[in-house]
Design a protein around this ligand. Structure first.
Ligand code: ATP
Ligand code: MG
Length: 171
């Protein structure tokens, strides 16, 4: 097993390209109410998880939920790609406002595995170009994450590491 220490009261950012297994990881390790998903927020405001025109509204809703949960000191896990610095910064700012820590779990799986999973998905069609761009963005994000000073930063690089992960909530 690989123990991932995460703050019991605070914000957890999942980071990874589409198909990395963020939603699967979230469902396995957290209660449904602890997980705030950008795709679910998109669906709530547009009836369509894939409607990119709803992104701004979806993130406003996501931030609002994160803010209200953290105000109550509740563990809150953001299931979004979190590949870009400004959205990450905005989420960390909300946690900081409530004097709570932010941690990150990065799912950095081999590109070939991502492409295979993406092609086999029945719930969503993702263009190879989109995957390629996200894989590039993830390399950059990994360098930035190192500088961003998280309470904990866990990077899982193989499916075996992901399967062996156990979350331990630290007070
Ligand atoms: P998106 O950003 O598009 O929502 P995601 O990171 O949430 O993607 P998931 O939906 O969790 O990814 O997983 C994508 C695909 O990979 C799914 O078809 C799922 O069955 C498979 N998968 C995810 N995690 C695992 C795992 N640990 N072992 C085997 N298959 C997995
Ligand atoms: Mg998902």
């Amino acid at each position: 097993t690989r123990v991932l220490d995460l703050p019991a009261a605070g914000l957890v950012l999942l980071v990874g390209v589409s198909g990395a297994g963020k939603s699967t990881f979230a469902a396995r390790h957290f209660r449904p109410t602890q997980v705030v998903s950008s795709d679910r927020c998109r669906a709530m405001v547009s009836d369509d998880e894939n409607d990119q025109s709803a992104t701004a509204d979806a993130f406003e809703l996501l931030h609002s939920v994160v803010d209200r949960r953290l105000r109550r000191g509740l563990l809150t896990v953001v299931d979004a790609t979190n590949l870009h610095p400004h959205p990450r910064q905005e989420l960390r700012r909300i946690a900081k406002k409530h004097c709570l820590p932010t941690a990150a779990v990065v799912l950095d799986l081999p590109a070939d595995l991502i492409r295979e999973r993406t092609r086999n998905r029945s719930d969503r069609v993702i263009d190879d170009d989109v995957t390629a761009r996200q894989l590039h963005d993830l390399r950059r994000a990994l360098r930035q994450l190192d500088q961003e000073k998280y309470r904990a930063l866990h990077v899982l690089r193989t499916p075996e590491e992901v399967d062996a992960a156990v979350v331990r909530l630290v007070p």
